[in-house]
Design a protein around this ligand. Sequence first.
Ligand code: SF4
Length: 66
Amino acid sequence: MSEKCEKLDQCGFFREFHGNTEVAQRGWVRMFCDSKEQSEICKRKIFSKKNGHPPADNLSPTGFML
Ligand code: SF4
């Protein structure tokens, strides 16, 4: 089994939107959160590293605002 994003437990986007229809249709959780490697290009993760705090919950892994 591949490793997932280590931020899953604390990520506001995942917490609030992982069951959202649009998120499911776009496959963001599968594309980013379910893969440690791919999560490294998640815009939320990049934002957190740069700013020292997480972005708004509605910022998606691609940078699209829900
Ligand atoms: S949205 Fe980004 S930071 Fe949050 S769990 Fe998914 S990959 Fe990790």
